[in-house]
Structures are given as structure tokens and as C-alpha cells.
Ligand binder design. Structure first.
Ligand SMILES: [Mg+2]
Length: 338
């Protein structure tokens, strides 16, 4: 196993699209193997923090739902945007006008909401009506210095009955109408990742993020100095289709045994064009990780068409950490733990 992988002491785990797909009568459906993966990570002695942009329920209610779906999870193990936003609002003496899901409102119970001097927008789902959006717009544009705080900026997410528009789409509407830039609390904001790392007591160099979103999970973690793994569940297939996934492994390993065997035989030669563009830097970094971790066979790295635009979001680091994409949870957890 790679030296960096041996040094990993903590795992940040996305929830929606990684552990389960939300929606439906039961509140969601677990993704095969994910509950076992959580158990294995915990049993290994690694620190684990769940890092989610979930804003359709309080942490207490969300955790209860996940426990009901079979996950070993507790409230202190979850880093979520609403509690982080509450801390910021208190520190800055801000009184929010809320455009959030009804089930999230209790998170803001302790805050003064009279005569609002900021707007907080979360994944309000059915509350994203024209009337509610217009009310938030009027509150915001009426301020001398409009303050818009967004609980995440995701474009969409996957539920059991299909994709759903996320908070980012509505945040952009208010930004455009009021000519303001939202302050994002949640992934991919660096302070959000840092608070999750602090909860584990693990520095970014010794932690890894696992998520299904190339921008909010992988890109955000990389900006924070962490390595990241993208799983092929949740919104992965959609992002791949639109060219957002920069580079993937052509073949998934079907078993942990197979993966470990290949880790020990490093024959991958790379073959990346000589360029210092952000994309190529990212690709070379990935190749390096691929060599260490899996011993990939030549030419297994495939550059996806149209990836340049998306990859620019990972370009601010001169040497970005690697991106790997796996599908089987068994492989993922085994590759980390064995
Ligand atoms: Mg996700």
C-alpha cells in the first residue's frame, strides 16, 4: 500500500449518494454495502466524520433516519451546514430571514429572526415556491448591504425517484437578482472541511474525503489539502455524462483480494502529455496515486472529453492531490484498510 494511504488516520464521508439515496416513503434507500463499509472503517480504528450538505432536516432527525436505515452513526459524528451557519450568525450578530425546509427551522430556534439583516437559504425543497423566493428577494434587496448565506451550493442531487434541483440553483437566482455573492457554508467551503477535520482531530494531510460529487466533495477536499475518492454511486453517472468527471479508472476491481494483489505490482507507466496545464498537473498527480495504490496497467487512465472546464476548479494548487474513482464499496473500504 502507498505510504500516504498508510498515513491516513481519518475519513470524511459524504452521505447522500454515497451511503444512501434519499426520497421515497421510507426516507431513502441504503446503497448496497455502505452500512458495512461504515462498520469496517470504524472497526479499523480510523477516525470517521460524516460530512454532509444535508439541510432538509435537523441533525437529530437526519441521524435518526440513517440509524433506521441500518447505519452506525451519531449526532456528534455529523458535520452539517446548519449548525455551522448558526455559529456564524451568532458571531456576527445576524438575524436571518430563513428560506429553508420546514424540518430545518428548529436548528435556528435560538436566533433572533425579527427585523432580518441577512437571508439564509438551504435546500427548501417544496418551500422553493415563487412566493417564498420573491419574499427572500425583497428582504435581501431591501438591505443596505445584502448578506446572503447559502447552506451549500450544490446544483442537484439524486433521490430514489430521480434528480432534484439543489440549493445552488436557487442561490444563483437570488445572487443574480440582487447582484450579491452568497457566502457558502457547507461543502465545498474550506472552513467547513476544516471544522469536520477538527472534529476528528486529524490534519488534512492524514485524511481522505469520500464522496460522489466532483466539485463539492472532491474539489472542496482538495482545496483543503486532502486527498479524495469519488465513488460511482449517487450523481456520479450524471456528472460523468456532462464531462464533469475529469478522469476515471476504466476498470473497477471486483474484490479486495484482487485490488491488494494489484497494489503490489506497480507497472503503470503513465503516458501523460508534457504540459503544465492544471488538467495535466491534476492528471499526473492522479497517475502517481494510481501507481502507488493500485499498480494500474498501462493506459488505464482515460481522459474524459470536455473535462478542461471542470478541472479548472481544482487548479489553484500547484500539486493537487489525487482523485480516484471506485465503485464497489467493498473494494473501497478494503483498499483503505488492508
Ligand atoms: Mg453526495
Amino acid at each position: 500500500m502507498a505510504a500516504w494511504a498508510r498515513a491516513v488516520r481519518g475519513v470524511l464521508l459524504d452521505i447522500s449518494g454515497v451511503l444512501y439515496d434519499s426520497g421515497g416513503d421510507g426516507g431513502g434507500a441504503p446503497i448496497a454495502g455502505s452500512a458495512e463499509a461504515v462498520r469496517r472503517i470504524k472497526a479499523s480504528g480510523l477516525k470517521l466524520q460524516f460530512c454532509t450538505n444535508e439541510t432538509q432536516a435537523t441533525r437529530e432527525k437526519f441521524v435518526k433516519k440513517l440509524q433506521g436505515l441500518g447505519f452506525d452513526i451519531s449526532v456528534p459524528e455529523v458535520t452539517a451546514p446548519a449548525p455551522a451557519a448558526c455559529r456564524i450568525l451568532k458571531e456576527r450578530g445576524l438575524r436571518p430571514h430563513l428560506l429553508v425546509h420546514n424540518d430545518l427551522v428548529p436548528e435556528f430556534a435560538e436566533l433572533d429572526k425579527a427585523n432580518p439583516n441577512c437571508v439564509v437559504i438551504g435546500d427548501a425543497a417544496e418551500n422553493f415556491t415563487y412566493a417564498n423566493l420573491n419574499e427572500a428577494f425583497r428582504v435581501l434587496i431591501g438591505m443596505e448591504k445584502p448578506v446572503l448565506i447559502a447552506l451549500g451550493r450544490g446544483r442537484y442531487y439524486k433521490e430514489t425517484d430521480g434528480l432534484k434541483l439543489d440549493v445552488g440553483a436557487y442561490m444563483k437566482a437570488l445572487e443574480y437578482a440582487c447582484d450579491v455573492e452568497a457566502e457558502v457554508v457547507g461543502k465545498p467551503a474550506k472552513p467547513f472541511f476544516e471544522s469536520a477535520l477538527a472534529a476528528m482531530g486529524v490534519p488534512p494531510q492524514q485524511a481522505i474525503m469520500i464522496g460522489d460529487d466532483i466539485v463539492n466533495d472532491v474539489g472542496g477536499a482538495q482545496q483543503c489539502g486532502m486527498r479524495a475518492v469519488q465513488v460511482r454511486t449517487g450523481k456520479y453517472s450524471i456528472q460523468k455524462k456532462e464531462g464533469a468527471v475529469c478522469f476515471i479508472l476504466k476498470k473497477c476491481r471486483d474484490s479486495a483480494t484482487k485490488a491488494v494483489e494489484e497494489m503490489k505490482s506497480s507497472s503503470f507507466q503513465g503516458g501523460c502529455p508534457g504540459s503544465n496545464s492544471p488538467l495535466h498537473l491534476a492528471l499526473r498527480s492522479w497517475i502517481k496515486v494510481g501507481q502507488f495504490l493500485l499498480g494500474l496497467q498501462r493506459q488505464e487512465a482515460e481522459l474524459q472529453h470536455g473535462a478542461d472546464r471542470r478541472c479548472k476548479s481544482f487548479s489553484s494548487q500547484s500539486s493537487p492531490p489525487g482523485l480516484l474513482a471506485f465503485q464497489p464499496w467493498g473494494l473501497l473500504s478494503s483498499a483503505l484498510l488492508l
